[in-house]
Ligand binder design. Structure first.
Ligand SMILES: Cc1ncc(COP(=O)(O)O)c(C=O)c1O
Length: 390
């Protein structure tokens, strides 16, 4: 089946956070929404069909999970990434961010130091701080336009007693797909000093040509035992609103502890829709995903070429993974507040401000490019016109 990613789907007035919360978030609603990370594309037809079948039954009671649910995830991870993760290691959870928060709260002590590598997905800051843990920033380094990890900084933080590291693999917002070598270096330091690794791999299926996602826990037996991994069909198949993710615990006691916590909160179940959508995605969504990746990559190339030719003072990175493009706008010479105002008032595009991701993000914006090409063309035209007026 050939999917049409050029189709414009009107998402306004449909309780879409990306569209209907523009005014709340940016103070205006006539902006092109390229912020929060969901896609303006319909998901794969087998997923829509599975949900439709479920809707047609007309009964949406408490829902159980068949073993095949977890098996579909396990088979997917093996097929796409070569990771033979046992389906018995997996626990369903309503989302990656709530999972991170529970892991921080239940697997560390108040006041413990937790490392994150900024600029990074901003809820990482919140899950540490809001649980009363000490945030330790091991800021990425920008070397010849490429973001790399600061291993010296990491070793120092680990030596100083950090208990946990939240790894973003691949990395939002800078789009790095970490190589095996990079992950091994990080993992060795964590093992040496007893730092637990939480690997957020929500973007792991959105990988572009010549890059390979390496599940962190797959690298070695020791890494596996030291890691709790989060995966989800939500970014890959545009299912974020269904609130389903998976947490992979190789250690039985930890898995049971997490399961009990979800049980105590009574949030153990899938919705009737997420259970069928997840399995349909992992079993039948690959054809759609392959076409999506091709489309996204062409969007990225378009952006890159357009900026080079028309607005050379704006420098987008070429992400190796994720549908998020990180734009370096520092040559505009604006501070964070001015840049944010400029994008809203003058350009008319709603993007994530770079500083939300940490202070290294000042002077940057993050554009969500998972939308029809025509929307990207409009947004870039607006950017060009506004810059010409400066
Ligand atoms: C790295 C990362 N983790 C987690 C999430 C959100 O996960 P969830 O919606 O399952 O809480 C996002 C969303 O953009 C993300 O980029």
């Amino acid at each position: 089946m050939k999917y049409n990613f050029d189709e414009i789907i009107d998402r306004k007035n449909n309780y879409s956070a990306k569209y209907d919360e523009l005014k709340l978030k940016f103070g205006k609603d006539d902006l092109i929404p390229m912020w929060v990370a969901d896609m303006d594309f319909k998901t794969a037809q087998p997923i829509i069909d599975a949900i439709k079948d479920r809707v047609e039954q007309g009964i949406y009671g408490y829902t159980s999970r068949p073993n095949s649910y977890y098996e579909s995830v396990s088979e997917w991870l093996n097929k796409r990434h070569g990771w033979d993760a046992d389906s018995k290691w997996m626990i369903h959870s309503p989302g990656v961010v709530p999972t991170l928060s529970i892991l921080v709260k239940e697997f560390t002590e108040p006041g413990d130091k937790i490392i994150i590598q900024d600029p990074v997905y901003y809820p990482f800051f919140d899950v540490v701080r809001n649980n009363g843990r000490e945030l330790v920033l091991n800021t990425l380094k920008l070397v010849d336009g490429n973001y790399v990890m600061d291993y010296e900084g990491l070793e120092e933080a680990a030596k100083a007693g950090a208990k946990m590291l939240i790894l973003c693999n691949p990395h939002n917002p800078v789009g790095r797909v970490w190589t095996r070598e990079e992950l091994v270096k990080l993992g060795d330091i964590c093992l040496k000093y007893g730092v637990r690794v939480i690997s957020d791999e929500i973007h792991s299926d959105l990988i572009y040509k010549n890059n390979k996602h390496i599940p962190f826990a797959m690298i070695s037996e020791e890494f596996c035992k030291n890691t709790i991994t989060c995966v989800a069909p939500s970014k890959t198949f545009n299912l974020a609103g269904l609130q389903a993710s998976l947490v992979i615990f190789p250690i039985k006691e930890e898995r049971e502890k997490f399961d009990n916590i979800l049980g105590a909160l009574d949030i153990k179940r899938n919705s009737p829709f997420s259970v069928v959508a997840t399995e349909a995605a992992y079993r039948h969504g690959e054809e759609w995903l392959e076409q999506l990746l091709e489309y996204l990559e062409a969007n990225i190339d378009y952006i890159y070429d357009y900026c080079k030719l028309n607005i050379p003072n704006i420098k987008p990175n070429k992400p190796q993974g994720t549908y998020l493009v990180w734009f370096d706008c520092r040559e505009l010479g604006m501070n964070s507040e001015e840049l944010s105002k400029f994008m809203i008032e003058e350009v008319g595009v709603a993007m994530d401000d770079g500083f939300w991701f940490g202070s290294m993000g000042e002077g940057y914006v993050r554009m969500n490019i998972a939308c029809p090409r025509s929307i990207i063309e409009q947004a870039l035209e607006r950017l060009k016109t506004a810059i010409e007026k400066l």
